[in-house]
Design a binder for this molecule. Structure first.
Ligand code: FE2
Ligand code: FE2
Length: 198
């Protein structure tokens, strides 16, 4: 199973490195860079954290790994409801690639519930990927990436970031240990995003 997932991971990585879509108001070069960075500073660490937590908490590694790999797959087409759209895409893709229906079904739910908005995580595997998704947002390059490609002004970027770290830290990290690991970063980012422009 590990080899099959590794192969799929390589394919999904290539979709981010050579995106087939063009992003609204972006040049092709910027679209490419945008998705390259998205893979390197977001999807990749989400996979890493998810796999570590799957081993630590005794979760189903295949479900967690595939869920992490595909959790933002609908971002590649700029879908706003990327949890709902992405979960269907993930399911279809896994069936097409010959994964069994049970695994495809469980992975679909991980993708659907990773945002903890309309669909809160229920299983251990769903909670792991939702937590890993939030934890990866605390890597500082993530917010440089957001800022670089945002068309909003600096004050509103800070305000939005502030809300995001609050939600990620308080509502999306389901494990005390992982919350402790992120705390220092949370406090630092919070200070930075609370900066008031004179
Ligand atoms: Fe997402
Ligand atoms: Fe994500």
């Amino acid at each position: 199973m590990e080899k099959t997932i590794e192969k799929l991971e390589e394919e999904i990585k290539n979709l981010h490195y050579n995106p087939a879509v063009s992003k609204h108001s972006f040049s092709d070069a910027d679209t490419k860079e945008f998705y390259n960075c998205f893979w390197d500073i977001h999807v990749k660490p989400v996979i890493k954290y998810s796999k570590q937590m799957a081993r630590k908490y005794g979760a189903d590694l295949s479900v967690v790994w595939l869920g992490a790999l595909l959790h933002d797959i609908a971002r590649l087409e700029d879908a706003e409801l990327h949890d709902e759209i992405g979960s269907k895409k993930a399911y279809d893709l896994l069936i097409e690639k010959g994964f069994n229906q049970n695994l495809a079904e469980k992975t679909k739910n991980v993708v659907l519930r990773h945002r903890c908005r309309n669909f809160p995580p229920e299983t251990l595997e769903e909670k792991i990927v939702a937590s890993a998704d939030a934890m990866a947002h605390f890597l500082p390059p993530f917010y440089f990436w957001i800022g670089k490609y945002s068309s909003s002004n600096f004050a509103s970027i800070l305000e939005r970031n502030n809300k995001k770290i609050e939600r990620d830290y308080h509502d999306k990290i389901f494990f005390d240990d992982e919350k402790k690991m992120i705390k220092e970063q949370y406090v630092l980012l919070k200070k930075w995003f609370n900066f008031k422009i004179q």
